[in-house]
Design a protein around this ligand. Sequence first.
Ligand SMILES: Cc1cc2nc3c(=O)[nH]c(=O)nc-3n(C[C@H](O)[C@H](O)[C@H](O)COP(=O)(O)OP(=O)(O)OC[C@H]3O[C@@H](n4cnc5c(N)ncnc54)[C@H](O)[C@@H]3O)c2cc1C
Length: 418
Amino acid sequence: MTSRDKTWQPEPPVLLPPWHTPGREKLQEQARRFAMDEVLPVADELDPHKGEIPASLLARLADLGWFGITVPAEQGGLGLGVFEYCMVSEELARAWMSTASILARSQGLGTAVPDAARRHELLARSARGDWIGAIALSEPDAGSDLAGVSTRAVLDGDEWVVTGRKRWCGNAKAADFIQVLVREREPEEGERRSAGLLNLLLEKERGRFPEGLSGSPIDKIGYHGFLTWDLTFKGVRIPKDNVIDQARAAREDSDAEGQAAEQAGFAEAQKFLDTARVHTAARAVGLARAALEDSILYLQEREQFGHPIGDFQALRFAVAEMAAQIEQSRAFYRQVAHLLDLGLPVAKEASMVKLEATEMSVRVTNQAMQLHGGNGYTTERQVERHWRDARLTTIFEGTSEIQKRIISDRLLPRSPLG
Ligand SMILES: Cc1cc2nc3c(=O)[nH]c(=O)nc-3n(C[C@H](O)[C@H](O)[C@H](O)COP(=O)(O)OP(=O)(O)OC[C@H]3O[C@@H](n4cnc5c(N)ncnc54)[C@H](O)[C@@H]3O)c2cc1C
């Protein structure tokens, strides 16, 4: 390739041993083609107007089976692992981050209810893309410190009555359900502050809020594709049995008994959190890659001083550094995803990769904007979208500071004063 070659095509991320299998190579190629041919044009059209992912695109994702990548095959899913889920998500985020994010609102989310038959029915719906949810954890006064959640749930006969406010709930109105973190009681003396918190399943109709729930969209600077809501719960009624408990569901679905089942339950609940962090890392890599690929084209297209600007060594070295950082984060997220699929404990590593990949994505998209000069600071080019979306990844799913707290708490014991 010469610096003037405008026919340059990005190479797909290499799947080397031990990650390579023919099935993965095919899935990666399929995801890449779908993202570039079907998602990117929609993102280019809708994102500048803060548009939502159209129903037709959701239907295509459902056809491909990607709402159930990690759902077992016997429940109607693809029966694949976190590795494949992240690989597909990187490709989708390369085109439009919100399409990778909507996948995280299925994959069995909102199905861990007490009744086994219902659990399995919901899992099948989740795999079909017929059970896409929203997660309402954060509140105006409880973000990083979720133990401070104050939305109250009070039992009244066979129903919980929920009152309070939630903030930042993505996809709330368009969802089939909202998983709501509530406080059922205050912690007793000697208990952790999180004692008395539980997750309730609020079933709803797509496109409407149920009785007692109202909301207004938050005017974000990026992450378009779905709306993010401020929600007010005023006596919303939820059936008593609609309690989501990942650990309990895993214990009941496990063949083991006693302590082994207890451990299976705990491991499943932790896996859920870890998967979300690795998934965010994969999305961050997709965004950084988009910024790099767009930059490589622009550096060949734009001429100054009688040269394509891609001839200038400073800019060539910037490209080299961007590519090396992306490759490093990709290798790291693949490793952590693989360890998760093996069932190994990776809480520390999941926080590490979330921290590293998202900070990398902010640096790389920022550098890409610099390489685009003034054109980068316009809505005429896609690099501003990658930059806006990457900026969020160090904030949501636990900020960088919170990841550092998790990592350091696992490495360095606190003194009794700590
Ligand atoms: C676009 C968007 C979409 C989101 N989607 C959802 C969603 O769908 N559902 C949902 O429940 N939530 C969602 N969130 C919320 C998100 O998870 C929170 O914004 C995030 O956890 C940070 O909480 P906060 O905004 O309240 O910041 P705060 O917790 O107030 O933090 C402010 C600053 O203080 C730092 N900080 C806080 N505590 C510590 C500490 N102990 N040590 C060091 N530094 C600290 C933080 O790192 C940050 O820099 C979304 C947020 C955004 C912006």
